[in-house]
Write a protein that binds this ligand. Structure first.
Ligand SMILES: O=C(O)C(=O)C[C@]1(C(=O)O)C=C[C@@H](O)C=C1
Length: 358
């Protein structure tokens, strides 16, 4: 068999498989639509079920596609199925093309509608007022630390955390034209300029001005209008403003990662691999901080994060943002929480939610 014949044979096989995949996708979609009818206008998005579906797909995968690739494909399949039940609107810190929008799409897939908001406060308010279904907000970055505004908002919001998204942050040098010649300024968010500081020192002349702007998406927009400028920004901003990537992944710290939280009006069921986020405060007496963590240790609850933040109500009073493994409806954590409530000055369960799968 010559090359052309072999190609035709393989492509015929792909055509047959595509027809079967299409049939199966629509069969799946019909089941999702029926599930939507059974839910009868109730909450359609079920994060615990989605986490179980994605974890199962990864465990069933025999390759050659990677576990991550098959999970991403099924992420989109579920996103499209969910949109048949009811399309979702996700509020994020805009403008279009930010990493927050990329996190929203990573978590909810492309069938969800994303709604850019001018601030994290506005994104929370949109969901609290029912103008959007969920908010995706950054909570910590591996190099820059906690996002204070998100932590502060979580103390008083009636919204519950129902998911987390972990996003690798890659910055690229972007420009409206190809080649580095003639660049005399680089726009980016101050944090991104800091995260790419060493690379800029080594790869661009010292007299190229570094100009900090409100967001990476804004930097990309400015670079798209200015032939002498470049921007440091991510893939989404590059795509949105049609910029060339002159250099990829220019961040100094290769594991630069941001964690986002998803908040909505609902409580999330047990997925089997969950986290619970709490805000605690200790009374002002010796040993009070130890008393906060002791019930968790005694019930073998593992802590994955402990972050302190000024309470903003009294000088030198602090709130503690604590993440633990497990769901608040599971017996171990349930017992630890009821003991914690007896010793802490303040306890708020921000939500139990599945650990990030993607
Ligand atoms: O199982 C459900 O509750 C569904 O609505 C189906 C489905 C899916 O496509 O698998 C879609 C949306 C939900 O968030 C979870 C899962």
């Amino acid at each position: 068999m010559d090359q052309e014949q072999r190609l035709k044979q393989e492509r015929d096989a792909i055509d047959g498989i595509d027809a079967r995949i299409l049939e199966l996708l629509n069969a799946r979609a019909r089941h999702a639509r029926t599930i939507g009818e059974i839910k009868g206008g109730g909450v359609v998005y079920r994060p615990e079920r989605e986490a179980q579906v994605l974890a199962r797909i990864k465990s069933l995968n025999g390759g050659p596609l990677s576990d991550e690739t098959v999970a991403k494909l099924f992420r989109e399949v579920m996103s499209a199925c969910l949109a048949l039940e009811r399309p979702l609107t996700i509020a994020f810190l805009g403008p279009e093309g930010t990493f927050s929008q990329a996190a929203a799409i990573k978590h909810f897939g492309h069938a969800a509608t994303t709604q850019a908001c001018a601030s994290i406060d506005e994104a929370f308010r949109a969901v609290e007022a029912g103008a959007a279904d969920y908010v995706v907000a950054p909570v910590e970055n591996s190099t820059e630390g906690a996002v204070g505004r998100t932590l502060d908002l979580m103390v008083n919001t009636p919204l519950r955390i129902c998911g987390e998204v972990v996003l690798r942050i890659h910055h690229h040098l972007l420009r409206a034209a190809e080649g580095k010649q003639g660049i005399n300024r680089v726009y980016s968010h101050a944090q991104s300029l800091a995260q790419c500081h060493e690379w800029l020192n080594k790869n661009l002349p010292a007299d190229v001005a570094r100009i900090s702007v409100a967001s990476n998406a804004e930097a990309a927009r400015l670079a798209s209008l200015d032939p002498d400028a470049a921007a440091l920004a991510g893939d989404a901003a590059a795509e949105r403003f049609g910029l060339f990537k002159l250099a990829q992944n220019v961040e100094d710290e290769p594991n630069n990662t941001t964690r986002f939280l998803v908040l909505g009006q609902q409580q999330t069921g047990v997925s089997g691999r969950d986290k619970t986020s709490l805000v605690l405060s200790a009374s002002n007496r010796p040993g009070a901080l130890h008393a906060l963590v002791e019930p968790l240790a005694r019930h073998a609850v593992s802590m994955t994060k402990f972050e302190s933040r000024p309470s903003r109500t009294g000088l030198w009073e602090y709130l503690f943002f604590v993440d633990v493994e497990g769901h608040a409806d599971e017996p171990g954590l349930q017992h630890a929480l009821s003991e914690l409530r007896a010793v802490a000055a303040f306890v708020k369960v921000l939500g139990s939610y599945p650990q990030a799968v993607l």
